[in-house]
Design a protein around this ligand. Sequence first.
Ligand code: SAH
Length: 350
Amino acid sequence: MWENQYGKKDIKSMTLPQLQEELAAMGEKSFRAGQLFQWMHQKLVRDYDSMTNLPGELRGRLAEGYACSCLRQVRVQESRVDGTKKFLFALEDGHVVESVWMRYRHGNSVCVSSQVGCRMGCRFCASTLGGLVRGLLPGEMLDQIYAISLLTGERVSNVVVMGTGEPLDNYDSLLQFLRILTDEKGLHISARNITVSTCGLVPEMRRLAEEKLPITLALSLHAATDEKRRSLMPVANRYSIAQLMEACGYYFARTGRRITFEYSLVGGVNDTREDARLLAGLAGPLNCHVNLIPVNPVREREYVQSDAGRIQAFKNLLEKNGINVTIRREMGRDIDGACGQLRRSYMQEE
Ligand code: SAH
């Protein structure tokens, strides 16, 4: 059972069957669980008093006995370039997380954080600078989407777990989040419209392959040799690229879902023709999609973006090798778009 920082059970983190059990233990009829689930996860109602078909006495007991992972907006930044909005939310214990809302032609997308901070230590990333504070509850991940839906007044059709944190380092919570998010009695986001991004925790990638959830897995590769990868990502000391490729093959075999490789281009570090050639060698056999991201400069780090010509040449070389490749549009570049930068600048002010 999911509990918050103060030992209270979190009601938003329960699946419908768990909620049924919980209410049964309280002596309630089982259809009440369905009503409550729908209020929280479909109608996105955040206070018990608005749940008008629940008896007042039950509403009181719920308010009394449970936490509900309702996030509070502390800041929002809107990009003047593309309308992307970056939200900073406070959790019940006062920690803050950031989430991003992006409008695309194919629908609205929310980028969700999975942890407060991160312990993976990637050299170019701002999220990991202060280390890991804690993993988020399933309800806290869900409520980033619910709160944004309410604040923008728009439907969310795609979810990417690419905000702060390593989702597979908070595995059980992530899974519970995915189960509730895809539940037809909840927001019912199609698993095909959900992407989970990982820095490459091999055992958890394999475990995820077994879950029978056809979500897209994105692997943050960022280098095509172990040596170079280790210089950018400490996690590369735990798992080799060969092990990663095997895990990707396994994921594809089990789920039929094509893997995405994310590759942040860092000027003078991983953007040569040789890098592109080696990357093509990895992506080709797995039939992966490659997403090139011009690295987003972080104040505390010395890394710079590759210039536009290099990026284009890198892309061309991959394409010539038959690789399906896109250059990620940089959304919200004018609003501290890179992972963890909004939270970081907020904490430095406080
Ligand atoms: N921990 C997960 C998900 C969060 S990071 C992961 O590693 O995949 C989401 C993506 O943004 C990852 O590919 C990450 O490597 C990348 N990223 C982080 N900081 C970045 C930066 N400053 N510029 C470009 N990409 C960055």
